[in-house]
Design a protein around this ligand. Structure first.
Ligand code: ADP
Length: 478
């Protein structure tokens, strides 16, 4: 509603602007008419009258201009229609006045009524231009009739003049009126469609702005959360460091006395301190095994405590006789395997192995864990076989495979995906051997990957497990 009222105001302003030009054009036409030799009356149009009319036209137009500006300034849009009607009405009266004043009936003055018709197309909808056309033809004829009677000296015959001049003008104006009204309607329709479109777009823009604001809010919230998280993360890191330090210190303190206990058990079991009966031997063996377990757990804890260090740490690579390293690890487990009557075998390659570049302490840790797991998760009377496969020793990138194979409890399909995760232990393993940390494999795989090797496994629950390690013979130069 407001939009169409504004449109109406701009239409009025457009007409007011146009009027400055055509009033001047009409003044010029008035002056030129005096040079027209074909004019019948020969009457001279007084320049004074012309200028007076011109001034009057300017004055009225100025009044309209002031009113339009007042409407615009104060938002009095209800006065738009009144302004439009006043403009057209004044113009019609003015033109009628001119026609009467010049007392010319065969001049082009009637044609000037075309102007208010055009203006009414701009100012009104359908019915307006029709009314203005009718009014124009009506006024032209009234002036004509009055002219015949008021100026008898001109001896103008009504009928010929009517038939040749005003009647065709009337007909033309009526036809124009109809066209003008449909043109006005068409233009207004288009205008309104455009307004509707603009309004729709404005709503879209508003929606987008709203969305944009919401997004900004969300981004701010996210930023705040991010800051919060960063702080929380920093706190966690501090706590984590404190925890690692605590574990490292305590486990370190535990390791030495535990080793002493283990070797004491070992000496007693091996009857180096005197003979034992079968029952004593069995109990002491259990004591030895348990100590071995605790040492493994403490080792795991120590390793994970220094895991962060391992992550950033360079491996201490040296060329190593791999079989010697493996044998010394296996030797550590003879007691443990014997106590469960597990057959612990090492299958070596027929050819001698070249020196393998590795970090012996770290690889020992990995091997210990794999062999320990194999014995730990294999029931009594089972077998644990360690195979060294040198099939890839003569390839472009020479490497060896170490396979630790057991006939133990195996790993279920679901657990297989998580077995390398920190602290993860499968339910069957927990049930079979409650002691354990779920850290060995997690640390082991990291160490092997730092050797540019690989670690994986194949397992079937209830049947057994094979853990594979690939170790390259040479490490890339650092
Ligand atoms: P831990 O042995 O202390 O639990 P590990 O990281 O060495 O920790 O092993 C993680 C888990 O992987 C074990 O808890 C067990 O579920 C499974 N696992 C590892 N080795 C074997 C194996 N040889 N046989 C069956 N399960 C195994």
């Amino acid at each position: 509603m407001l939009e169409s009222a504004k449109e109406g105001l701009y239409a009025n302003l457009w007409v007011i602007h146009a009027r400055w030009y055509y009033i001047s054009a009409i003044l010029l036409l008035g002056f030129l008419a005096n040079f027209d030799q074909t004019r019948e009356s020969g009457q001279v149009l007084s320049p004074f009258v012309l200028v007076a009319l011109f001034a009057l036209g300017l004055f009225f137009n100025f009044l309209f201009y002031l009113e339009a500006k007042a409407i615009e300034r104060k938002g009095l849009f209800t006065r738009v229609k009144v302004l439009a009607i006043s403009q057209i009405a004044t113009e019609l009266v003015f033109l009628t006045g001119i026609m009467f004043a010049v007392a010319e009936f065969k001049t082009i003055v009637p044609v000037l009524f075309f102007i208010p018709i055009v203006e009414s197309i701009v100012l009104f909808d359908r019915i307006g231009p029709t009314i203005v056309s009718f009014l124009s033809s009506f006024l032209i004829n009234i002036v004509l009739i009055m002219g015949v009677f008021v100026f008898p000296e001109q001896r103008v015959d009504f009928w010929p003049l009517f038939l040749t001049n005003t009647a065709p003008i009337t007909v033309v104006y009526i036809i124009i009126g109809f066209f003008a009204s449909s043109l006005a309607h068409l233009l207004k329709g288009r205008g309104q469609a455009l307004i509707a479109q603009t309004e729709e777009q404005a709503t879209h823009v508003k929606d987008l702005e709203k969305l944009n604001n919401e997004l900004k809010k969300k981004a701010d919230e996210l930023y705040a959360k991010d800051v919060e998280l960063t702080l929380a993360n920093q706190r966690l890191q501090t706590l984590e460091a404190a925890k690692s330090k605590f574990i490292a210190v305590t486990t370190h303190q535990l390791r030495t006395p535990l080793a002493a206990v283990k070797w004491t058990f070992d000496m007693v079991v091996k009857e180096q301190l005197g003979s034992l009966n079968a029952e004593q031997k069995e109990f002491l063996q259990k004591g030895y095994n348990s100590t071995q377990r605790i040492i493994a757990i403490v080792n795991d804890l120590l390793n994970v405590a220094s895991f962060d260090k391992i992550e950033g740490e360079q491996m201490n690579f040296v060329p190593v006789k791999f079989l010697d390293l493996l044998n010394s690890v296996v030797f550590e487990f003879t007691n443990q395997s014997e106590s469960k009557n597990i057959k612990l075998t090492v299958l070596k390659p027929s050819k001698e192995l070249p020196l393998i570049t590795l970090d012996p302490d770290k690889v020992r840790m990995v091997l210990e864990n794999l062999i320990d797991n194999a014995i730990k998760y294999t029931p009594k009377n089972g077998t644990v076989t360690i195979i060294i496969d040198d099939a890839k020793i003569n390839t472009v990138n020479p490497s060896i495979d170490v396979i630790v194979s057991d006939t133990g409890i195996g790993i279920g399909e679901e657990d297989q995906k998580k077995i390398f995760q920190k602290f993860y232990r499968a339910a069957n393993a927990v049930q079979f051997e409650p002691d354990g940390t779920g850290l060995g494999l997690f640390i082991g795989r990291d160490i092997i990957s730092k050797h540019h090797g690989a670690m994986w496994f194949v397992s079937e629950q209830g049947k057994g497990t094979k853990f594979y390690i690939t170790l390259p013979v040479n490490q890339p130069k650092q």
